[in-house]
Design a protein around this ligand. Sequence first.
Ligand code: 5GP
Length: 234
Amino acid sequence: MEKLKQIYEGKAKRLYETDDPDLLIQEFKDDATAFDATKRGTIVNKGIINNKLSEKLFILLTDKGIPTHFVKRLNDREMLVKRVQIVPVEVTIRNIVAGGMAKLLGLEEGIVLKDAVLEYHYKEDKLHDPLINEYHIKALKIATDKELDTIKKYSFMVNEALKAFFNSKGLTLVDFKLEFGRNKNKIILADEISPDTCRLWDKETNEKLDKDRFRRDLGGVEEAYQEVLRRVLE
Ligand code: 5GP
């Protein structure tokens, strides 16, 4: 597989074309940003860890019947993925109150929700990824009714699969963010699944083992990412 032109650089990843028009190389960087990139830093080896974690989790989800853009891991920092047109909506699923939901509704972090909450955020950093609902998505033709039904169905399937998997590794899945794309007119899961995009707490101590350590200057950021990888791969 030949690596050709870079077509995209985001906050944590780069995308390159390959000699196959349907396939891209997704490269994971160590760069970390928070609060709409007003806070910037580096998490040593984050790119390697997130690449390996995403590989493991995409394979798990594929086995559960959720189509993803993952094809195969190429090396420490790169995976081969299917080309998609990203739906500009971030889907958040929450099992426990934290972060944005605690702030929005003035709630204590750590409240266990009776049912999982699904949120849509319009993917636009300039607007701080505003919270939107299904009516916005349909009225603005961001996705069709059928696509949205698929996105919702897959998102809850991802939650069930990841909650059970992380629980078996001594981790509580608090919340996470997903991005979907269109590939050959089908909705598939894209982006990454990692401690950058999931809140993960130690099941026994509730210690934070995710990007909140970076966002909130809690220290031990690299160690937390390493610990998640160690547990997930054991
Ligand atoms: P919150 O809305 O509480 O900030 O985030 C909810 C969950 O989605 C957290 O696990 C968080 O890491 C993830 N998330 C939400 N927005 C983004 C984003 O723009 N980038 C990344 N990497 N994760 C996000």
